[in-house]
Design a protein around this ligand. Sequence first.
Ligand code: 5AD
Ligand code: SF4
Length: 438
Amino acid sequence: MSFPSVYLKTFGCQMNVNDSQHMLNLLAAHGYVPTPTPDKADLLLVNTCSVREKSEQKFYSLLGRLISLRKSASVLLCVGGCVAQQEGEKLLERFPYVDVIFGTGSISRLPMLVEKARKTGKVQIDTSFEDEFLSVAGSNGSIASDIKAFLTIMKGCNNFCSFCVVPYVRGREKSRPSGEILREAEHLVGSGVKEITLLGQNVNSYGQTCSGEVTFPELLRKINGIPGLHRIRFTTSHPKDLSQDLIRCFGELEKLCPHLHLPLQSGSTRILKMMNRGYTREGYRDLIQRLRAVCPHIAITTDIIVGFPGETETDFQETVDIVHEIEYDEFYSFKYSDRPNTRASKSLTKVSDKEKARRLSLLQEVQKHITLRKNRRLVGNTAEVLVEGCSKTNAKRLTGRSGSNKVINFEGLPELRGKLVQVEITEAFLHSFLGRRV
Ligand code: 5AD
Ligand code: SF4
C-alpha cells in the first residue's frame, strides 16, 4: 500500500514555519508523507503570509501554477495561514479550484477538513479562531530538527500598529500557560533539542493578558534552569514592552543568546507616532544603550519600513542617521505597502513607489557597509558554534550559528552535528563567516 503524499509550501515568518510543522505532524498521523515536489502530490498545501503585499503576491502566483495540477488529477488543494484568514470565502472568486480554506486558528482541524472535502467533493472553509496552542509534546509528531526547535508561548497581537495586518489575521493576544510551556520545553530537550526559540508576535508582553501568570523574564529564568538545554532565543520583541528586568536577563542568564531582534520601523518620532508604535526615537536609543551596558557584545537586528504614508525626506534622514548611529548587525527593510483594514492604508499622503524604491536602496547600501565593517571586526575572535550539519555549497564544510546568530562555516566531520564547538573566525562576508576549529 502506498501512502498519500503532501506537498507543502510555506511563506512568511517563523510563526508560519512552526505552524507548517504542526500541519505536517497532524497529517502524518493520518498517513500523509511529505514530498518535496508538487507534481505527484495527492495533497497540495500552501501556508500563506499577508504581512506585506509582496508576500501575498508570491502566494497568488504559486497558486496559479498549482491550480493546473489540481485540475488534472484526484488532487486536493488546501490554502491555510494569514491570507486564508484574511480572504476566507472570497479566495474562491479568483481561485474556484481550492478545496480547503483554513485560517490561523483552525490548524488542528486540517485533517478533518481534508477528509470531508475528499468524501463530499465540497469546498471546506474554517476561519474560526478556535485553536488552543498546538503542542509537539501532545502529538506523536516529529519536530522540525532534532537540534533546534520553536516553541510558541503566545499568539495574536493587541497593538494595532497602523501599518500592520497581524492583529486582523492572528487575532487578539493570548498567552500560553507557563506550566504547559515548561513541559513542552522539557519534552523537546529530552528528545535531543539543544536550542529553543520562543515564539510570539510580541513575546515581551507575555503573561499580561492573564492574571496570575509569570512575566516573560520570569519565564526565561525558568527555562534557563532546564538541564540539558544549551541555548534560548526569542522573537519578536516590541520596544515599548522591553522592560529593565528583561534587559537584565541578557547579563544574567547564561543560556540566553546574545542577540535581540528589536524592530525600529522608523527613526522619526513623528512617523513612529503615526505608526502607533508607543515609543520615540530617543526612547529606542536609550533601550539600545541599556542593552549594550549589560551585554556589550549583544548582536542587534531590526526591521525598518520606508515610505510610510506622510514620510518626508527629513523623516527618512532621521532613519538613516539612527541606522548609522546604532550600527545594527543586520536589518530587514521593506517598502511600505497597504494592507487590508489597516489605518495607514486609508491615508491620503502616500509616498510614490519610485521614491520608496530610492529610499530602500539608499538605506540598504548604508547598512551593507555597516554589516561588512562589523563582520570584519570579528576576524580573529573565537565563537561557540552549534553545528547544524554539512554546508550546502561545500561538502567538506560544516555550518552552524554562533550565539549572536552569525552563520559560521568551517571544515569538520559530520559527527560534530548537534555539538557546540569553538571556532576561530578567519574570514568575514556580508551574510556568513569562514572559520577554523580550535
Ligand atoms: N508594509 C511594509 N512592511 C510591513 N511590515 C509589516 N507590515 C508592513 C506593511 N504594511 C514589516 C514590519 C514588520 C515586518 C515583519 O514586516 O517591518 O516588523
Ligand atoms: Fe503588527 Fe505591531 Fe502587532 Fe508587531 S506589534 S504584530 S507590527 S501590530
